[in-house]
Ligand binder design. Structure first.
Ligand code: GLU
Length: 507
């Protein structure tokens, strides 16, 4: 019987969600949507020592920003809650008891100091079938002694009893069947009496079972845990409904040498977090949102880090990604984090925005630079950004490309002056002013032929005159088409700038 697809993204709130985690969430989401399934967000907060305040909100805000929708979770609710592991203690306690009762787990009293002593005494010590009888646990000690210690309130852990010498098969949709021998596994701690909480392994598989998860899609770093999880499903008698595994390839540093780390962002100058992260009393880490990325661009970029649609299509909306997504086009090899590609995606998505929308996004940037956008009509702003948007990678780049629209140049590029300004230029600019003042229509299309005809009729050097003109208006010899600029600036401003330039530029 085919079950409804149910997947979960199960982050631990131990810090800001990094970009690799976001990709895992995205792949879960794409897979769920593709198959009409459910996407669960489960907060795995059983490691109280590593809990970081604000991390859970950060996860929610990041996913919301990117449009990764959650069907069931702490905020959304759902029929399988609670969705936060620290609120499921009773459930875990009950399941630990099941394993203890059926002999699949045992109680161990070894203190951290005792374990440490053992490790220094025995090379490559592992708590397993070969050593457990020499340790202090409910298998090696008499029952009444165990009971007495527990009654006295002695701290203990529960360990999963791994039977040695068995082949454990992890069936991974991406990697095929991965077989390992159970002898290499240790008797993992699955519960600690000290905080009355299970460890990740137990909580994770109990929840996946109870939440009827069909596919566990997570990072490759969890592959080594998978054999233990297979054995745990078996110990509970749940193997028939155990979820299928998909262990996603690692994200690698841009040069492909090693795993992308949280520190690479600062080192290489790009964000590795979706949103800016402000740790209590610590240094701020940059985020994609605050760096000027559009969420659609980030989603598209991340989707292609480890997956492709089977052809070379690159620009895909969320709906298109959902439509095309499948694991058969997922790579097993690590995906290089090509940050330049991320910039390119942002450029492409900015081109898709209407000029009006882009102008809206530009307004806060204008304010930051002391320009009040309300002094300009929305229509004018839209036309200004429309002229230069092909050159930008981020909304903030619009300022460099368009600042001369808002602020007349105070300085003139020395290099361009040297190249384009001669003794004759002030006189020619004076003539140009007369030509411009005489124009009945100052629009780009009307003005251009008149000015070009005048230059030709006088036998002037086209490049020199037009560049000198540009120098006075823009301050340097670059920018969009000259007559588009002057049309938007208007006749009075254009003429005023030429006159000011003539006064100021000295050779
Ligand atoms: N809590 C684990 C994490 O932080 C979940 C791993 C899994 O998805 O099984 O990534």
């Amino acid at each position: 019987m085919d079950r409804k697809v149910r997947v979960r993204f199960a982050p631990s709130p131990t810090g800001p969600l990094h970009i690799g985690g976001v990709r895992t969430a995205l792949y879960n989401y794409l897979f769920a949507r593709k198959h009409g399934g459910d996407m669960i967000l489960r907060i795995e907060d059983t490691d109280s020592n590593r809990f970081v305040p604000g991390a859970e909100d950060y996860i929610n805000e990041s996913l919301a920003w990117l449009g990764i929708g959650i069907d069931e979770g702490v905020r959304e609710g759902g029929a399988y809650g609670p969705y936060k592991q620290s609120e499921r203690r009773d459930i875990y306690r009950e399941h630990v008891k099941i394993l203890l009762d059926n002999g699949k787990a045992y109680i161990a009293f070894d203190t951290p100091a005792e374990l440490e002593a053992k490790r220094s005494e025995v090379a490559n010590f592992q708590y397993d079938a070969s050593t457990r009888m020499s340790m202090r646990n409910s298998l090696s000690m008499p029952d009444d002694e165990v009971k007495r210690l527990i009654d006295e309130g002695t701290q203990y852990v529960v360990r999963f009893k791994v039977e040695p010498g068995r082949d454990v098969v992890v069936d991974d949709l991406l990697r095929g069947k991965v077989t390992i021998n159970s002898s290499i596994l240790d008797d993992k701690v699955i519960y600690k009496s000290a905080d009355d909480l299970p460890t990740y392994h137990l909580a994770n598989i109990v929840d996946d079972h109870l939440m009827e998860v069909t596919h566990v899609i997570r990072g490759e770093e969890w592959l080594p845990s998978a054999p233990l999880h297979v054995l745990l499903y078996e110990a509970f008698g749940w193997s028939d409904t155990a979820p299928k595994f998909v262990h996603l390839p690692l994200l690698l540093k841009p040069d492909g040498k090693g795993k992308l780390s949280k520190r690479d962002g600062d080192r290489l100058g790009f964000p590795v977090f979706p949103l800016e992260w402000h740790p209590e009393g610590g240094e701020i880490s940059s985020g994609y949102r605050e760096s000027g990325y559009l969420p659609e661009a980030v989603v598209n970029f991340l989707a292609l880090l480890g997956w492709n649609p089977g052809d070379d299509t690159e620009i895909m909306s969320m709906d298109e990604l959902i439509d095309k997504f499948d694991f058969s086009h997922c790579s097993k090899a690590g995906a290089k984090f090509d940050y330049e590609k991320g910039r390119w995606f942002n450029h492409e998505y900015l081109q898709k925005l209407s000029d009006e929308r882009l102008a809206e996004l530009f307004k806060p940037v204008l304010r930051q630079h002391g320009v009040n956008p309300d002094d300009y009509s929305d229509e004018l702003l839209a036309r200004v950004v429309g002229l230069v948007k092909g050159r930008i990678y981020f909304v903030k780049d619009l300022w460099d490309q368009t600042k001369f629209f808002f602020v007349a140049p105070e300085e003139y590029s020395a290099k361009d002056v040297k190249k384009r300004w001669s003794e004759d230029t002030p006189r020619i600019m004076g003539e140009l002013v007369d030509v411009l003042l005489a124009l009945p229509d100052f629009g780009s299309k009307a003005a251009e032929p008149v000015v070009l005809d005048w230059i030709a009729s006088k036998g002037y050097h086209l490049g020199n005159v037009m560049n000198a003109f540009r120098l006075t208006v823009v301050g340097e010899c670059k920018g969009p088409h000259m007559f588009d600029i002057t049309e938007l600036l208007g006749k009075d401003e254009t003429v005023a700038r030429i006159k000011k330039g003539v006064e100021r530029i000295k050779i």
